[in-house]
Write a protein that binds this ligand. Structure first.
Ligand code: GLC
Length: 496
């Protein structure tokens, strides 16, 4: 254990595996805190208790002294409680607090959007104002004063703002520093101007120096102005964000202004969870030594999706949130061409209704060629990784991307567009000198993508080389070890 002072870190996040997941922020939130705690730091997590969070399965219990607290949102007193459980790993466990409020969270089927109409809940601003205020209430009630509040994405981006304004004179909170990690700039928490009146913040924050952006209230922008340090999830994404306003969805200037305080730390993956040798969720465990057993998983995957099993026809999978920036729009437009390729396709994911409808419809009509499963299904995600031959990630932007790393661990070769963290983790395969670990294309165009998929399919028919490439991927090291230390370095820089 490190001899320098151990830190207290409060990790605030909108989602965490295994409790609730819509995207990669959940994977990070379900693993990084454990790794920090394994190093000897004290970590606690806060997330909202959505209806989807299974109380029984996760042994979530009441905490008597954290019951029936009140905070004001929109001028009304809102009652909430914190319930508690643990994020568990073999070596350690981290205490997790669930913000429990019926109207805003527990009684709703969706997480950010209403499943009835696919639209964001109209009071998402109020929901995450409550999360923010509840964080301070929890700290004061527990008397557990963190050195760092580690915020994640727009849902917790208001924390630094409140800390430095409304709560600035509270003695217990004076020394707390904040880090804001942005997992994707696409979602910023943008609301109409009158959201400001629900927040009870000093008037001067209703300005460009505060939360105002483009005539609207922007939670993420406000957080970027107020947090002590900022990071995102790969170096290459940092470069892109600082050079291209489109990648930052408009926030480039503020990032440039804070360039000194802004860094990239590549995500790790939980190698205890994503390991084909130990994976209890797949029909047959395998490793480099019994790589041929991957075929048993391929068979199971074929059965699951009613495909005829054929060792010589590759299965290419896409596991993604269904949004434009993940390249899903693009797949939709080029769907016909995609299906001309000599491979079978599986799509697993959830997101915008228009995509769900389109792909479900196509799956009905493309028997034995294209199948899809709409929804977030972690068990199936494991089978898909184990049973597929390739994983396609056609993103327009990709802050880090985790599926290419999961793919490599399972000997499932990534085909990716060269963007963000994909460019940092996947290098184009070169047969001549056997370098690289996947297939990479640069331009966000259909011909480039199809050409690259065909290149992969061509290599797939050369079994010996393909296997060698797959096994090389399985030996990669994407553990959290390195990145955890980089987070600790940031925390230490903050506490001085
Ligand atoms: C978001 C990003 C993804 C990243 C993940 C975890 O989902 O879109 O690229 O890997 O967050 O940081």
């Amino acid at each position: 254990m490190n001899s320098s002072k151990m830190l207290k870190i409060l990790f605030v996040t909108p989602e965490a595996v295994p409790f609730v997941k819509t995207g990669g922020v959940a994977d990070v939130s379900g693993s990084l805190p454990l790794k920090l705690q394994e190093l000897g730091h004290q970590v606690r997590i806060i997330i909202p208790k959505y209806a989807l969070v299974d109380e029984r399965r996760h042994k979530i219990h009441e905490v008597v002294r954290l019951k029936e607290e009140y905070e004001e949102v929109k001028g009304k007193k809102i009652m909430f409680s914190f319930r508690s459980s643990f994020l568990v790993a073999t070596k350690t466990r981290v205490q997790i607090y669930f913000l429990d409020n019926k109207d805003y969270f527990a009684n709703r089927k969706g997480i950010y959007t209403d499943p009835k109409n696919g639209k964001p809940y109209s009071d998402n601003d109020e929901r995450f104002i409550l999360l923010t205020k509840s964080v301070f209430s929890l700290i004061l009630k527990l008397g557990w004063i963190p050195d760092i509040i580690h915020c994640n994405d727009w849902q917790s981006a208001l924390i630094p703002i409140y800390l430095k304004t409304v709560y600035k004179d509270v003695p217990e909170l004076q020394n707390i520093k904040t880090l804001l990690t942005i997992h994707n700039f696409e979602n910023q928490g943008i609301f109409p101007l009158d959201t400001f009146d629900k927040m009870e913040l000093p008037k001067e924050l209703k300005s460009e120096k505060g939360l105002l952006f483009d005539g609207k209230i922007n939670f993420l922008k406000g957080g970027l102005n107020y947090t002590d340090l900022i990071n995102t999830v790969s170096d290459n994404y940092v470069k892109e964000l600082c050079s291209d306003a489109e990648v930052s969805f408009g926030l480039k200037n503020i990032l440039c202004k804070r360039r000194e305080d802004f860094s990239g730390i590549l995500n790790g993956i939980d190698t205890a969870v994503w390991n084909p040798e130990k994976d209890k969720r797949i029909p047959k465990k395998y490793s480099i030594k019994n790589f041929e057993d991957k075929q048993i998983n391929k068979k199971a995957l074929c059965e699951r999706f009613n495909f005829n099993f054929d060792e010589n026809v590759p299965i290419i999978s896409i596991v993604s949130r269904l949004t434009e920036s993940k390249g899903i729009d693009f797949l939709m437009k080029g769907f016909k061409e995609l299906l001309k390729v000599k491979a079978n396709f599986i799509l697993l994911g959830d997101g915008e209704i228009r995509y769900k409808k389109f792909f479900e419809e196509k799956a009905k009509k493309s028997n034995n060629k294209f199948a899809c499963q709409i929804g977030f299904d972690e068990n199936l995600a494991h089978l898909v990784k184990a049973g597929s031959d390739m994983i396609l990630i056609p993103s327009k932007y990709e802050p880090c991307g985790l599926n290419q790393m999961y793919g490599l661990m399972y000997g499932t070769i990534p085909i990716v567009r060269k963007t963000g963290g994909l460019a940092d983790t996947i290098k184009n395969f070169d047969e001549k000198n056997f370098s690289g670990n996947g297939f990479v294309y640069e331009k966000f165009t259909m011909p480039d993508m199809i050409k690259t998929i065909n290149r992969a399919i061509n290599l797939f028919s050369k079994r010996a080389i393909w296997e060698k490439l797959a096994k090389t991927g399985m030996k990669s090291n994407f553990s959290w070890a390195n990145s955890t230390h980089q987070y600790v370095d940031i925390y230490r820089k903050l506490v001085g």
